[in-house]
Design a protein around this ligand. Structure first.
Ligand SMILES: [Zn+2]
Length: 349
């Protein structure tokens, strides 16, 4: 069903796996950046990401977030300042988190990271089934379980994930090279490829195929955190910010996307904070894993910057919000989380 249309014609939905709100809003953590176990090349890391004030630290870590998004868009989830964005699911790990945001409700059967097809329809599949959207929805994901979370098989959506080469119709030399080096650079993780590969596949697809709904799921932040590599976690975060800048700046120079594109960014879970080691972990027993954050930038969104004391929001509201940006009143077999109205100028949704 079509809703009152805003200016958005295209949505780029992005997730950073397990990036904490603490780093988003306060930059590098003083305890972790000064810990010998977690930060090895300290001099360079301090030079790149440390500063005396948290404001400067976050600007050094995520310059695009804290310049462009903070002035032209909105950023939610600063727990210390009343920014309440949480998971509705009780698990605090990836598959249930991604399913919640993409489907719009918590399905209690989604309780593991197993490679098992999602019985629920996602907002991606819903949009793909609308007139004019077939073949205009695609997903590029570093983690290979997304084939199942999105149910590539049933939905018919292009889901390129994990160590999967990109076999596009009109692959240029760049994609050919990426397909080759993906298998030549040793990857430390079995089910995850490097985010740079995912990013370049997605950028190239955007340029060649002009999708109306593009999902990009980056992953390295979660892997480095689990491994206890705080230095790599910071570097990966900084690169993610750079990728978003590249995506956004490209859309604003392209006829199909300029002033018609909304970018929505979030994460699938938080991480612990109660002890020095807690940042490495997440899950139902880890305090803090329920806290997530969101950032949004586009022509239908009032520029509010860092939003404090917002109405409590959950990840289950993402699906309907993506739908609303594209002019759809998204519904599913079960009631879905409501549209996040504060992300729109027109609140009669
Ligand atoms: Zn995760």
């Amino acid at each position: 069903m079509l809703n009152a249309k805003g200016k958005t014609r295209n949505v780029i939905f992005i997730t950073f796996d397990g990036l904490r709100w603490q780093e988003v809003f306060y930059g590098a953590d003083s305890l972790l950046i000064n810990n010998d176990e977690y930060t090895k090349e300290r001099n360079q890391i301090l030079e790149d990401y440390w500063a005396d004030t948290p404001q400067t630290r976050r600007e050094k870590l995520m310059p695009f977030f804290w310049s462009t998004i903070n002035t032209e868009g909105q950023i939610y989830g600063n727990v210390r300042k009343g920014g309440a964005v949480t998971l509705a699911n009780p698990h605090g790990f990836s598959y249930p988190g991604f399913s919640e945001m993409l489907v719009g409700y918590v399905d209690s059967t989604r309780d593991s990271n197993d490679r098992e097809n999602n019985p629920n329809v996602t907002i991606l599949e819903y949009v793909h089934n609308q007139p004019g959207f077939r073949g205009k929805v695609a997903a590029f994901c570093s983690w290979d379980v997304f084939d199942f979370i999105i149910n590539e098989e049933r939905s018919g959506i292009l889901v390129n994930s994990g160590m999967e080469p990109f076999e596009g119709k009109y692959n240029g030399p760049k994609i050919g090279l990426l397909n080759e080096i993906m298998f030549q650079i040793p990857v430390p993780w079995k089910s995850v490829r490097y985010d740079a590969i995912t990013h370049h596949f997605a950028m190239d697809y955007l340029k060649q195929h002009k999708p109306k709904l593009l999902y990009i799921a980056y992953d390295e932040t979660d892997e480095y955190a689990h491994e206890g590599k705080y230095d790599q976690y910071l570097i990966a975060t900084n690169l993610l910010d750079e990728y978003i800048a590249e995506l956004w700046n490209w859309t604003q120079k392209n006829y199909h996307y300029k002033n018609k594109t909304t970018i929505l960014i979030t994460t699938d879970h938080g991480r612990g904070h109660e002890t020095i080691d807690a940042w490495r972990n997440h899950g139902s027993l880890v305090t803090g894993a329920e806290h997530v954050w969101m950032a949004v930038l586009g022509p239908d969104t009032p520029p509010m910057g860092e939003v404090l004391d917002n109405e409590p929001m959950t990840s289950s509201q993402v699906a309907a919000t993506i739908g609303a940006f594209l002019g759809f009143e998204y519904s599913n077999e079960q009631p879905v989380g409501p549209v996040m109205n504060s992300m729109f100028y027109d609140t009669k949704r």
